[in-house]
Design a protein around this ligand. Structure first.
Ligand code: NAD
Length: 333
């Protein structure tokens, strides 16, 4: 907590329902800490803890960069969403969120859907991204995908001089909620897609609907492409995967793509432009948090990324360092 500057970390357990969860509030300096809840079969408590600490800090920076009056928080439920997502467990988790009295606002993330948020809402009002019917903002994934798409245009301009997707080879890792919505936009923009997912059925659907080529999850890093879009889990850019990459740009929705900070340098040395994750994937957060001006704020991702690349160039920084510098300046103010 000290190393990353967290305000509060709540370890939650409910024996009758089997709930094991952690809620991390990194900062409430700009407002209540809004962040998704991730359900994942973490191999250990420590791996869940390090994930939630990293993710919640990222949310502080993401909200600051997106110009939102929100802090950064995140939660994780340890378990397999396919079999452990029982109503009793979800309700026990929502009660823990309620205890925080609005310091943490829960939204969806990997393994959690809008229907879970609706269930949380029966216990606590401190939720975001519930169903559209009762007046919620619904699934944020299409908004995240739109922000990523616009950020990709910034990257294409930076590297190729124009933002056209025509005939560009784009490899997408993860055909989940964001990956699928992103593939749809890219297909319409005439990109050529290469698709991977752990779930072969999702790959088949993506390839069929968007005329893409399938690739095995282990092979995605080696694929010859213009742009690699990580839209699955974090930590996938590391000492092992970076040397294998055969792309000019990395730009995707996954949170915490860099396994450690030095990976950004590795990418730079290989001539690969990296779009800092929390800048390019803020569309969903903006969608659930902003009201009337969400569209304008999502469209601003294009220009914000330009600003990051400009600062990186003028001050000889890596894009990730430039983004951190801009976010920290906002937080200091
Ligand atoms: P999701 O659970 O709907 O999809 C993730 C997909 O990735 C799944 O289909 C899963 O099978 C696949 N996957 C997991 N490991 C993989 C691997 N090694 N190789 C290939 N595929 C793999 O999640 P999502 O909502 O689409 O989110 C995707 C990423 O974007 C996550 O990192 C999430 O934190 C981030 N993100 C999502 C949003 C949002 O609005 N949903 C917003 C910001 C950031």
């Amino acid at each position: 907590m000290k190393a990353k500057g967290h305000e509060q970390v709540l370890v939650c357990s409910d024996v009758p329902s089997g709930l094991s969860a952690i809620i991390a509030i990194h900062s409430t300096k700009l407002g209540p800490a809004l962040g998704g809840c991730r359900m994942w079969p973490y191999p250990s408590f420590d791996s869940a803890l390090s994930d939630v600490l990293r993710l919640s800090k990222g949310m502080t920076y993401k909200a600051a960069m997106a110009g939102l009056s929100l802090g950064g928080g995140k939660s994780v439920i340890i378990g397999d969403p396919r079999k452990d997502r029982t109503p009793a467990r979800m309700i026990a988790f929502a009660k823990q969120v309620a205890l925080l009295g609005g310091r943490y606002i829960v939204a969806e993330d990997v393994g959690i859907t809008v229907s879970d948020i609706d269930l949380f809402r029966t216990i606590t009002p401190h939720v975001a991204g519930f169903s559209e019917a009762p007046g919620g903002s619904g699934d944020p994934s299409p908004a995240t995908a739109l922000g990523v798409f616009l950020g990709m245009q910034t990257c294409l301009e930076e590297v190729f001089g124009d933002c056209s997707f025509r005939s560009k080879r784009i490899a997408i890792q993860g055909m989940g909620k964001v990956g699928y919505a992103l593939a749809k936009l890219l297909h319409v923009a005439n990109a050529h897609l290469i698709i991977s997912d752990m779930d072969p059925e999702k790959v088949a659907i993506g390839c069929r609907e968007f005329n893409g080529d399938p690739v095995h999850p282990h092979e995605i890093y080696r694929v010859d492409c213009d742009l690699f879009a990580p839209c699955a889990l974090g930590g996938i850019l590391n000492d092992r995967t970076c040397p294998a990459l055969s792309c000019k740009i990395v730009a995707g929705s996954a949170n915490n793509q860099l396994q450690h900070a030095e990976v950004a340098q590795l990418l730079h040395e290989r001539g690969i432009l990296y779009a800092p994750d929390y800048v390019i994937n803020a569309g969903g957060l903006i969608h659930v948090a902003a009201n009337d001006d969400a569209d304008t704020k999502i469209k601003a991702i294009y220009g914000r990324l330009k600003e990051v690349f400009r600062l990186a160039k003028t001050e000889s920084l890596l894009p990730s360092e430039a983004a951190d510098k801009l976010a920290e300046a906002i937080l200091k103010k």
